[in-house]
Design a protein around this ligand. Structure first.
Ligand code: PLP
Length: 427
């Protein structure tokens, strides 16, 4: 956007963070897992796709968050990847949690996390779930409509409420404001209803869309939130709101830029010393680059000497459901071909034909559905064969959390977690 271009000009040191390095330790775990699988003799499922989860990457992402957004307490969006090892580690860092359902709340409470560290960030909740939150003393929750307030008054009157407002998320990878958020013209009625019902309105929340790219939206949403804060205090004479929730939408590739804009907006509308806590609900940022997926080539249909259809054992009904639900475009790379590992070769595949990439492939998942396609066209350095392995980096967000067992392809995906020393962390 023009806004971003201007920012880049004004700030020549505006660099996109380098992508997580291809860790030697990830490679070692990939090799050791794959070399233990013999396609000629293995049991059904032993050659299943698997993840390597790099906990040192998670550490770095957390440190980076503290560095770039020191004023903002993250509430990790559990929906994004509810793996218990990830949740435990985040809880240990002091990250709090955004839950959207009874099961997510239960999962977090079972880790021993205090209910005050949870925000029930779903503006349209089932009454039974609201009663559950009440029983478990989960106080913070979001709303964007009057009907929700009646339910909350009835079932959880001590809630600490966050009024969720809409944002312009039209350029985000996944829009959310088409479904949730109150328009500013409806805010007065909602605040009035809180006052009438004597509910505890304690903050404002927004979400700029998952995979957001237009950071001017962050600025505008922060400005709109300030308008609501002022309205509550000045026009309704209610107690001042105490918390601003800036939602999710952050991603590693643009985190520095998003942080810069957000910090600038906070300095202008919620300056240090204003006595307002700032929280966020990041999901993708913390887990996308933490996970690498390895998949086995299970079949091949040769079309001619330079073109084939490749079938692998994971697809859009499995861990790559993100292609459909999250508009991701996973990048295939050769991991293992003809007894050789290629993890460090960044050039094994290409989106366009080149003199090094002469083998055209389409890549398909294992189910019988024609929709189960990972990519219609990619170009490979190697003429893949059955038994080879492909890998996909950055597949930790909105992947395993929505995988299905459609067509009998169970997704009991193995996850090999490694720590900062490259050692395998046992689950
Ligand atoms: N908060 C809410 C209410 C959401 O709906 C989502 C994603 O759908 C998130 C946070 C996490 O968003 P992201 O993964 O883009 O950070």
């Amino acid at each position: 956007s023009d806004f971003l271009q201007q920012l880049r000009l004004e700030n020549p040191d505006f660099k996109i963070l380098p992508h997580a390095p291809a860790h030697k330790t990830i490679n070692e775990q990939l090799i050791s897992h794959i070399t233990n699988i013999n396609n000629e003799t293995c049991l059904p499922g032993e050659e299943n796709s698997f993840f390597v989860g790099d906990l040192s990457e998670l550490d770095n992402l957390y440190k980076n968050w503290k560095l770039q957004l020191p004023r903002i307490q993250p509430f990790y969006a559990v929906k994004c990847n509810p793996n218990p090892i990830i949740l435990k580690r985040l809880a240990k860092y002091g990250v709090n949690f955004d839950c959207a359902s009874k099961l997510e709340i239960e999962t977090i409470l079972n880790l021993g996390v205090d209910p005050s560290r949870i925000i029930y960030a779903n503006p349209c909740k089932m009454s039974s779930f609201i009663r559950f939150a009440n029983d478990k003393k989960v106080l913070k929750s979001t709303f964007d409509n009057v009907e929700e307030l009646y339910k909350i008054k009835k079932f959880h009157p001590n809630s600490e409420l966050f009024l969720r407002i809409t944002t312009d998320d039209s350029t985000a990878q996944c829009r959310l404001s088409t479904k949730y958020g109150a328009d500013l013209e409806n805010v007065r009625d909602l605040v009035a209803k809180c006052k009438e019902l004597e509910l505890n309105l304690c903050g404002v929340s927004f979400h700029v869309g998952s995979g957001a790219n237009d950071f001017s939206t962050l600025y505008k949403a922060t400005r709109d939130a300030r308008w609501v804060f002022d309205l509550v205090e000045n026009e309704f004479n209610m107690p001042a709101l105490k918390v601003l929730d800036v939602g999710g939408g952050f991603q590693l590739e643009s985190f520095k830029e998003a942080s810069y804009v957000l910090n600038m907006a906070l300095d202008e509308f919620f300056p240090v010393g204003c006595n307002i806590d700032i929280i966020a609900e990041p999901g993708r940022y913390f887990v996308a680059s933490t996970f690498t997926l390895a998949t086995n080539v299970i079949a091949k249909r040769k079309i001619n000497n330079e073109e084939s259809m490749i079938y692998i054992n994971d697809g859009v009904y499995g861990n790559m459901n993100c292609i459909l639900f999250d508009h991701q475009e996973p990048v295939p790379r050769t991991l293992y071909h003809n007894d050789e590992f290629h993890y460090f070769d960044n050039e094994t595949t290409c989106q366009r034909a080149s003199k090094n990439h002469v083998y055209k492939v389409s890549i398909w998942g294992p189910t019988c559905d024609g929709l189960d396609c990972i990519t219609k066209e990619y170009y490979m350095k190697h003429d893949l064969v059955v038994g080879d392995w492909l890998f996909f980096q950055d597949l930790g967000a909105y992947t395993s959390s929505a995988a299905t067992a459609f067509n009998g392809f169970e997704q009991a995906a193995t996850i090999i977690f490694i720590n900062e020393n490259g050692e395998v962390v046992e689950e």
